[in-house]
Write a protein that binds this ligand. Structure first.
Ligand SMILES: [Zn+2]
Length: 486
């Protein structure tokens, strides 16, 4: 294949990606069938780290207390450039790839329904391409690859930043699946605090002597009512949503333990913190009314995602050089049938790269890489590995993730990511210019983690659910190993 680049190191990296397309596909599809939930991505992280180690990276596993997170390092000295991405799946989204109707691989099992499997394959493939380009062209600097577990619970990256893992990083890249090939700049996602409120009371027979019980479920209900009343008075930018995670065992036993899990969001870190503080007061009031004890566990706390304009321009240049994959009629037909199933406009796949637009429009969703983006200048590559208009976390958004759509979209993403990082390793002035533009973009805002200093990573999240389905899911694992070669 002809390289889209004239520059030798970029051209070498693009050729590396093309030569290793089978390995990329095997890795992408393997992680798709692992379908592992956040904090339980043991097979996924195991496969990623073994590949990196085999190709000369030094791997640190279990960073910041997350057993399925890792940091893999290659090279030495400055600049220090990081790539990070997520690879977790979601519950109840098992879907056979290439099938445009609801067809589960394993009934009710977890599955990828966004494309985080391709995020991982893109990161690993580009990491290897960059690493071999650094060696061949004697590029100085350090490449750091961060495996960020449990994005769906907004978990790991604020811990990495809080624990100093980004202190020596000059700039960072995030790769994420979408239907377009390109990037954005500006503040794009919102801040969020995720916290579980646990109430403890005392059991009693609900018919014989209920006056002896202290009902923890009452406290959950009262907190719910309190926050529902408060909705009227919150700022229109704020949003909050919840599930009740424990509500007792059976009606004739007054529950001594009840819990609810809330997300509090706002476009600013300050707004999300203010909403959470209000919720804590309401929870305390509910505990007092129900005569229960309250404990609060902050599961996650993330800043909004901001994307640096200079990095965005570098990414866009490389994306435009590569161009959109050429989609076949068959791929377009499949895309349109998924769009039909999702009751969305049947436009098929995007035919071309879009120009870089002005500052992004901030949306209410969040991503745990937000904290990274206030610590160091960060860019994001969107690669076209999924179908336009499909709602993420719906089965339709899982159906293309181990097909030629994800493969072709991921391969161009890996080339663009490798080329953009190589451009920085070759140009120290560009690194300095990017850091200056980042300083200007921040204005006077000082980054302080929303995550409490003493918050520990939750090791058992999703454990039971994953163990329940893993034996049936194992039958569908891909037997081949991804073999990357120079
Ligand atoms: Zn995602």
């Amino acid at each position: 294949m002809n390289s889209p680049f004239r520059e030798p190191a970029k051209s070498f990296a693009a050729d590396f990606v093309d030569r290793n397309d089978r390995a990329f596909i095997t890795l992408n599809d393997s992680i798709f069938y692992f379908g592992e939930l956040g904090v339980q991505e043991t097979r996924t992280a195991g496969l990623m780290t073994s590949i990196l180690e085999r190709h000369g990276f030094t791997v640190q596993r279990g960073i910041s207390g997350f057993q399925t997170s890792f940091l893999a390092t290659y090279g030495r000295g400055e600049p220090v450039i990081a790539i990070h991405t997520e690879y977790d799946a979601n519950p109840s989204n098992s879907q056979k790839p290439g099938v445009a109707e609801r067809a589960e691989i394993v009934p009710d099992a977890p599955g990828h329904c966004e494309g985080h499997n391709t995020n991982a394959a893109v990161m690993i493939t580009s990491a290897l391409a960059i690493r071999y380009a650094m060696e061949k062209f004697s590029l100085p600097g350090t490449l750091k690859i961060f495996g960020a577990s449990a994005e769906e619970q907004l978990l790991s990256r604020p811990y990495f930043v809080r624990d100093g893992l980004f202190d020596d990083v000059d700039l960072a890249f995030h790769d994420h699946v979408l239907d377009k090939f390109g990037t954005d700049y500006g503040i794009i996602q919102s801040a969020a605090i995720s916290a579980e409120f646990t109430f403890r009371g005392e059991t009693a027979h609900a018919a014989v002597n209920p006056w002896k019980g202290r009902d923890a479920l009452d406290a959950v209900v009262l907190m719910d009512v309190g926050l529902a009343q408060y909705r009227e008075h919150m700022k229109p930018t704020m949003t909050m949503h919840r599930v009740i995670t424990k509500g007792g065992d059976q009606p004739n036993v007054i529950p001594s333990l009840a819990a609810c899990w809330w997300y509090f969001r706002d476009p600013t870190a300050e707004g999300s913190r203010a909403l959470f503080e209000r919720a804590q007061k309401i929870a305390q009031g509910a505990a007092m009314m129900a005569n229960c004890e309250l404990s609060i566990d902050v599961r996650a706390a993330v800043w909004p995602v901001r994307l640096n304009q200079t990095i965005a321009e570098v990414i866009q240049g490389n994306v435009e050089a590569i161009g959109m994959p050429v989609w076949t009629e068959q791929e377009n037909v499949f895309a349109r049938s998924l769009q039909q199933q999702a009751k969305m406009p049947e436009i098929g796949l995007r035919p071309a790269v879009l120009p870089l637009k002005g500052p992004a429009i901030q949306i209410a969703a969040s991503n745990d890489c937000g904290d990274v983006s206030w610590k160091v200048p960060m860019g994001r590559i969107w690669f076209p590995g999924n179908v336009p208009h499909l709602p993420f976390h719906h089965w339709t958004a899982g159906a293309a993730l181990a097909t030629s759509i994800a493969h072709k979209g991921g391969l161009v993403g890996a080339k663009a990511l490798a080329a953009s990082v190589i451009e920085y390793f070759q140009n120290n002035a560009l690194v300095a210019q990017t850091k200056d533009s980042f300083k200007n973009e921040l204005g006077g805002v000082e980054y302080k983690p929303l995550l409490p200093d003493d918050q520990r990573a939750p090791a058992h999240l999703n454990h039971a659910l994953m163990e329940k389905f893993r034996p049936q899911m194992e039958a569908h694992y891909i037997k081949a190993e991804p073999e990357f070669t120079l």
